[in-house]
Design a protein around this ligand. Sequence first.
Ligand code: ARG
Length: 460
Amino acid sequence: MAQLWGGRFTKNTDAEVFAFNESLSFDQRLYKQDIEGSIAHVHMLGTQGIISSEEAALIKKGLTGILEDIENGTLSFGPEYEDIHSFVEANLIARIGDAGKKLHTGRSRNDQVALDMKLYVREETDEIRGLIKKLAEELLIIIKGNTDTYMPGFTHLQKAQPVTLAHYVSAYMEMFLRDYDRLADLRKRMNVSPLGAGALAGTTYPLDREMVARELGFDYATFNSMDSVSDRDYCIELLSACSIIMMHLSRFSEEMILWNSNEYRFVEMDDAFSTGSSIMPQKKNPDIAELVRGKTGRVYGDLMGLLTTMKGLPLAYNKDMQEDKEGVFDAIDTVKDCIHLFTGMISTVTFRKDVMEKSAMMGFTNATDAADYLVKKGMPFRDAHGVIGTLVLRCIEKNCAIEDLSLDELKEICPVFDNDIYDAVSLKTCVNKRLTKGAPSEASMKDAIAHYESLLSSMQ
Ligand code: ARG
């Protein structure tokens, strides 16, 4: 056990206490941010004359060496250290001697861990944004290629009105664009530097907190030292954004699972993105979509875990807050994997356009348009609704679509029908007459596509 705080203790820590208390086993993934933060801190200490510039240079060199050695595998995280901060500091002192002991001047592990976590979460927020952008690019390809792929749109999981595959997928595009925006938004709020808050009440050293903030890419340094060390809102905001992303992925996965079922047969999953059954040779299972749907619960759990950890904490730092890490790491890993794999799956899936179109035709999705046809011929909508209801009943008896009935059969139900009914209820007409903004017609989709193209090109 190599601890930073042995001075006032007369006994060694109990081994089980050490094991319960340690965080190196999971916070080791913050090594880069810890070293980056320390380099900025030490640079400022040197500039402010709090330590000599020679000492600052020596410490910086030592820290850079530690970073290199961790990355090339020559330095591993020994189990004797309590956390990543102790690990780096102990290694620094071992390398450069007494100068290393000055690194922690004007700093506490409380503001240090707040900084490390913020740097990490900020970086990962950008990574997740990049993955969402890639997913959105794949969706745009599907959208552009399917503005005339007709399929049923559903309400209550019952066929409702015809849409196109482009329109359907563009609904998910909207969700992921909001996710991207949400991440950009929370990133703005998190981008303030807590370093220099000390344990909770700042420090008597003349630190230049703004200099450190600038060097680390923050907009400015925080305005309250107690809040700085006890704020985990940015983690909760990211977890909440991740939960919403997972909810969107899970809904889309659910569609894919349904569409891949023997009953729908709207899609055929690529072999590389499906799995088989050990007993049933005919099976081709949509495991990726099911796992993404399943892992959504786990990310929600990470969010609820941290919200609950934080809810009773008095100011300022409490050790409870060490519990922020595993959930945040888990949610980030999970959401990244899920977006990435979902992107692979959706970009390789085959959409069975013929099946989709047939399904739209057989599901009376054009019934509203048939009623509108009668309205245009002068019939009140409520009467037209009744006529088409009778018509649908006749079709159900005959197991056919509205457009399969002959004009005589149609006239028998209502003499207003004429030859132009067939064109009026074709899927193409039903879709392309829906010209309102956001509707499925090719013309409306053209505007939506132009909007997506411009948004995607402005995403960094
Ligand atoms: N491992 C700790 C954490 O993750 C670092 C901060 C420790 N601070 C303290 N006062 N014990 O929160």
